[in-house]
Design a protein around this ligand. Sequence first.
Ligand code: NAD
Ligand code: GLY
Length: 390
Amino acid sequence: MIPTGGPPFKPRAGSAALLPFPWYGVPHVAEQTSTVRVALAERSYDIQIGSGNLSGLSAFLRHRSSSGHAVLVTDTTVDGLYADQLGDELAEQQWEVQVLVVEAGEQSKAIEVATELWETMLAEGTDRQSLVLAVGGGVVGDLAGFVAATFARGLEFFQVPTTLLAQVDSSVGGKVGINLPGAKNMVGAFWQPQGVLIDVDVLQTLPAREYRAGLAEVVKYGVILDADFFAYLEDHRDAIQAQDPTALRYVVERCCRLKADVVAADERETTGLRAVLNYGHTFAHALEAAGNYGALLHGEAVAMGMMCAARLAARLGRMDQALVDRQQALLEAWQLPLTLPDYPGEELVNLMYRDKKVAAGQLRFVLPDRLGHVEVVGDVRVDDVLAALQ
Ligand code: NAD
Ligand code: GLY
């Protein structure tokens, strides 16, 4: 069950402030940014990646939107760290800004919270010329994107992802949505942002556990799409763990490039190509649900799920044990938890049947056959799934 309730958010109008950004001491202009383009015809957009480029947000938005009104959605943690100041900065630059703050945590991806956001937006005069700006992790991005997709039949949407997981995965590709009790991401839409601005400097305040959870998704890209990138991760694992800015920017850029190409080829997950991004996720979603979405972080569940998927692939003779071991070594080096919580295997298998990849009553898994290549495999015996959970 996903817990709901509690104070959902506090609306607040942005006000002009003369203070510089506190995390740099002085207003900061990014020295260098790179751009990944997501090629989706009229829905194409840029992902700008840099260090210290948050201060260029107003210009980034103005370049891509004629709106002058931003509904900035954030959570209680990111508000104090970045979003409050960003709202002030936008107001200084002649934006009309409403900052709407939801409780930090997965429980905010709920219909009650979306309803409160819709109602406040209506009361505050949001109209079809307004844009929605998500500033936060994957929870804020998914929720704000869902609200953007649905309010007044759709508003312009921008993302400023502030967790590693959101920077390498959730902010790119347009999947937005909320949870149903026991069924994650079950209600949602494909709603592409019009731009994503990534400043890797904001990761400096991210708790170590959250950073590690994001690294699980990074490993995923190497395994499913890019053997050279996987080798880069192995070679630079200490620098990446230490958040070396050069390594980090390369990692974020490479992950965004890989995801952008998949999304461009299969935006709505109809050909099976985009489904490869769900490597480990059939197991992970079951583990998250079994723990009522409170025991494991999403990335931690993905790390465990990727190990289950790799073991399953080896058991089915699709993949060498040596590659299972390489994946495990990298996840362990980054201190991701790989021992599964003590949930009954049958319970996990039952939860897997709620996965959106289930087709015609058959479980389907994304399984590697070599580093950098995976396939979606149906017709997997429950016995083999249970064995992979050991
Ligand atoms: P999250 O959004 O809950 O953020 C994790 C925690 O870090 C929160 O407490 C947040 O307040 C805090 N935080 C965020 N940025 C911070 C910063 N810079 N410094 C300090 N604290 C910070 O979790 P997440 O891991 O970012 O996202 C998980 C969600 O993303 C899940 O709901 C998952 O389903 C979703 N997701 C979506 C997609 C997609 O394609 N849409 C892909 C993967 C995951
Ligand atoms: N995170 C899976 C996807 O975006 O398709």
